[in-house]
Design a protein around this ligand. Sequence first.
Ligand SMILES: *Cc1c(COP(=O)(O)O)cnc(C)c1O
Length: 421
Amino acid sequence: MDHFELKNGALHAEDVPLETIAREVGTPVYVYSRATLTRHARVFREALSALPSVHIAFAVKSNPNLAVLHLLASEGYGADVVSEGEMRRALAAGIPARDIVFSGVGKSKRELKAAVEAGIGQFNLESEEEGVELAEIAAVLGKRASCALRVNPNVDARTHAKISTGKAENKFGVAYDVAAGIYARLAGLPGLQMRGLAVHIGSQISDLEPSRQAFIKMGALMETIRAEGHEVTHMDLGGGLGVPYKVGESLPTPDDYGRMVHDVAKDWGVTLMFEPGRVITGNSGVLVTEVIRVKQGASNPFVVVDAAMNDLARPAMYDAWHDFAAVNPTGATMVANIVGPICESSDTFAMGREIDAVKAGDFGVFRTAGAYGATMANTYNSRALVPEVMVDGEKWGLVANRIEPETILAAERVPEWLKQA
Ligand SMILES: *Cc1c(COP(=O)(O)O)cnc(C)c1O
C-alpha cells in the first residue's frame, strides 16, 4: 500500500499533485511519501510484536537520504550501515551510536577505528581476519567492540543472482562449518565482546522457505556455541523481504515473515535483530520523469524519457521491473519501449509494455523506486545528480538538491604539466 494515487484524474503524492513538483523542481526527481514510510515502518515493527526482544536496524544503503533516516529514527529505528559514510549519515540523523550495526565484507582499518571511536553498537564480522584486526584497534583505544559473527548458511534465497548473498560461493560471512571455531577464538580476544550471530541471505526475497531454513541452521549453530561455553545474546536475522513491483504481484507480507520468525526463534532467549531496507522504502518513493519525445521504432514506439539508468539503475543492473504510469492519464493506452537518453542499450526501462498513452511533454512515474533508486544514482554521461523531494500531506520540500554537472566539473583539474604542450 502506498500514498501515490489518482485524485481528480491526476497522480498525487499524498495531497500534492506530482505535476506541481515536476514543474517546480524539474525532472527527473524522486518523490517520497512520509505517510507511506511511516506506515511501512510501523507495519514491520507490528509484525514482530509477538517476539520478546527486538531491535530493528534500517538498512541505510536502500535509501540513505538524511530526511528518510531522520523519520525512521523518530520511529525508533536503528541503522544498519556498510561504510563510514553511512555511519556518519545515521549519526547525523540522530540515530544513537549504540543502535547502529556496522555490516560489510570490506570494512577498512580506518572505518573500524572510526566506528569504535563513535561507540557503534555492533560490528557484524565477516571473517576471522576482520575480528583480529578489530580486536587490536579496540584494545589500543581501550575499548571492547560488541560483535556478531556473520555466517554464510549456504542456502539459496531463490532471488536474482546479483542480490543473492547466502550461498557458499558468495563473498559474505564465514562458512557455516567453521563458524563455531572462529566464534570461540574471537571470544578469547580481549578487544572483542562476542555477543551473537548474523545472517542475511539476499534481497527481494519472495519465498520465505529459504529464510526459514537459514534461521533453523542459525539456531542450531547458536546451541552449539552455547554448549561450548560461550554467550549468545543477540541473533541478527538480516533483511531481504521483497516488495511487489508489479500491480497484482503477491509476496509474503511482514506478518507472514513475523509468524515464520516467531515459529523458528521465539524460544532462543536472545534479542532478535532485523535489517529491513527495501520493505520499508521501496513503495515509499517514485521517480518522476518527463517524456522528451516519442520516436518510431521497428515494432513498438520508443518513449524517450528524461530519467535514465544513471538515475535509476535497477533495470539495467538486475533486469528489474518498475511499473510506469502517466501523471495525467487520459485513459488511453499504448504498447511501447520506455528508454532513457544515455548512450547504452541497457538504458531501457521497459520493452513492449502496455502503458498509459503519453506524448512529448507529459510527465510519468516509475513506481516502487524508493529503495536502491537515488542511492545508486550517478552522473554518467555528465548528467546531473537527481534531486529528492519528501511529501507530507499538503506540504512538500526538497530533501536533496539537484547537483548540476557544473558543480562536478568544478572539482576537476587540468594539471599545469599537461597544459605545457
Ligand atoms: C542490503 C542488506 C540489507 C537490506 O536488504 P533489503 O533487501 O533492502 O531488506 C540488510 N542487511 C545486509 C547485511 C545487507 O547487505
